[in-house]
Design a binder for this molecule. Structure first.
Ligand code: PNS
Length: 165
């Protein structure tokens, strides 16, 4: 897949070591990877898009072929605009599969030329999600080893201290 450009779309609220693990794996497979933060999500994010892009940009600093941006509207339109041939998504467990399959099939219907590629993160991240990181942090638990220190720093600034941290 040496001359393939791929888009890795998501909410990334915030980026975790699971996302970064997937980025590291795919940066070896694709010529270029664009990590793309969705702008108009129905979810109520903790961090705004600019903050999420900043954290991701810090996270991917070591990869020469990975860039970060945000996008609006349909993913397939963004992929066409970027001249990307593939969409990257992570699958942690079988529970992710149904949602991912639905999205992949809908995207295929909208843009048959665009392939969705699934990768699995390291097993030690198979339980990890941005939602759980936020919940654990808000309730005073440690998220060390799950997100980079710069994310912990941002969480500390954003989330009211509630527990025994
Ligand atoms: O990290 P998430 O929240 O699971 O990512 C979901 C995302 C951003 C990949 C998905 O919601 C998306 O692609 N949204 C863009 C709008 C779109 O194209 N919708 C149809 C997808 S089938």
């Amino acid at each position: 897949m040496n001359n393939v450009k791929a888009i890795y779309p998501g909410s990334f609220d915030p980026v975790t070591y699971g996302h970064l693990d997937l980025i590291a794996r795919s940066s070896k497979l694709f010529e270029h990877l664009v990590v793309a933060v969705l702008r108009n999500s129905s979810k109520n994010p903790l961090f705004n898009v600019e903050e999420r892009v900043e954290m991701l940009t810090e996270g991917v600093a070591g990869f020469g072929n990975v860039s970060v941006c945000s996008f609006d509207g349909l993913l397939v339109d963004f992929a066409r605009q970027q001249k990307a041939q593939a969409v990257l998504r992570g699958i942690r467990a079988i529970s992710d599969y149904e949602y991912e399959l639905q999205m992949a099939m809908m995207n295929r219907r909208l843009a048959p030329e665009l392939e969705t590629v699934f990768l699995m993160p390291d097993g030690k991240y198979s339980f990890l999600s941005s939602r759980l990181v936020k919940e654990v942090f808000e309730l005073g638990g440690s998220v060390e080893g799950l997100v980079p220190q710069f994310v912990i720093d941002r969480l500390s600034q954003r989330v009211p201290k509630n527990g025994s941290r």
